[in-house]
Design a binder for this molecule. Structure first.
Ligand code: NAP
Length: 246
């Protein structure tokens, strides 16, 4: 089955990796529903999707909020009569050493990165079960695999997302729905642009390919997991990290 005319929900589509995923999927002919909090930057992604020959509808909302996410996904399913692909990409960091970490920064990261995926997956399962087809791709992080100082909240959310991916994969495999994760390493986006020069050069030393990755390189992995080429793969974590966590 070609990806053409499939319907994909991409969270965090307004910037960085999510924008690259939306544009790359659009190039395959996939119709995109983009979720993020900021309408203006979602509109810029929609323009780039159109330039790639595609179409993206916008659903500004906070993925941590169960009700608005469910409403948005119900509307998407009603509009397109199906949802083939969900890419859980939206995520945040609030870094600090554990001793200095504020409880609200712990909560916000877990609510966004982990509960966000719970909210979207729960809402998308109804149409996917009905159509007996679906692909769910969760963007986790190498930090969820190997840990990183100053990121206990983020690492916990991303490691949690890996366990979530495997458990859900087992729940829905019999319904022809696959659930996989992509674990990026250090990728050039807003998220990494504010890292200090010291952290950047320390990080670089840990990457065998000796460079940060590009958002487009994550999008390629997503297209693979969305396509028929990966039809017998479920519950896996594909690391796209220049060899950082091998
Ligand atoms: P980014 O440039 O900071 O973009 C984050 C995206 O998530 C934005 O579109 C943002 O849009 C959206 N978002 C954040 N909080 C949200 C919320 N509560 N509700 C809805 N949307 C929300 O980050 P990125 O680097 O592209 O990261 C994308 C994903 O890859 C994240 O899950 C991140 O953890 C993961 N990742 C990134 C790297 C890296 O090196 N960059 C490495 C490993 C994993 P709004 O602000 O408009 O809501």
């Amino acid at each position: 089955m070609s990806l053409r005319d499939q319907v994909a929900i991409v969270t965090g589509a307004s910037r960085g990796i999510g924008r690259a995923i939306a544009v790359r999927l659009a190039r395959e002919g996939v119709r995109i529903a983009g979720l993020a909090r900021t309408r203006e930057t979602l509109e810029e992604t929609a323009r780039q999707v159109e330039s790639a020959g595609g179409k993206m509808t916008l659903y500004p909302c906070d993925i941590a909020e169960t009700g608005p996410v469910a409403t948005a996904i119900e509307e998407i399913a009603r509009t397109w009569s199906r949802v083939d692909l969900l890419v859980n990409n939206a995520g945040i960091t609030r870094d600090n050493l554990l001793l200095r970490m504020k409880p609200e920064d712990w909560d916000l990261v877990i609510q966004t990165n982990l509960k966000g995926a719970f909210n979207t997956c729960r809402a998308v399962l109804r149409p996917m079960l009905k159509q007996k087809y679906g692909r769910i791709i969760n963007i986790t992080s190498v930090v969820g695999v190997v840990g990183w100082p100053g990121q206990t909240n983020y690492a916990a959310s991303k490691a949690g997302l890996i366990g979530f991916t495997k458990s859900l994969a087992k729940e829905v495999a019999s319904r022809n729905i696959t659930v996989n994760a992509v674990a990026p390493g250090f990728i050039v986006t807003d998220m990494t642009s504010n890292l200090s020069e010291e952290i950047r050069s320390e990080a670089l030393k840990t990457i065998p390919l000796q460079r940060f990755g590009q958002a487009e390189e994550i999008a390629e992995a997503v297209v693979f997991l969305a396509s028929d080429s990966s039809s017998y793969i479920t519950g896996q974590v594909l690391q796209v990290d220049g060899g950082l966590a091998m």
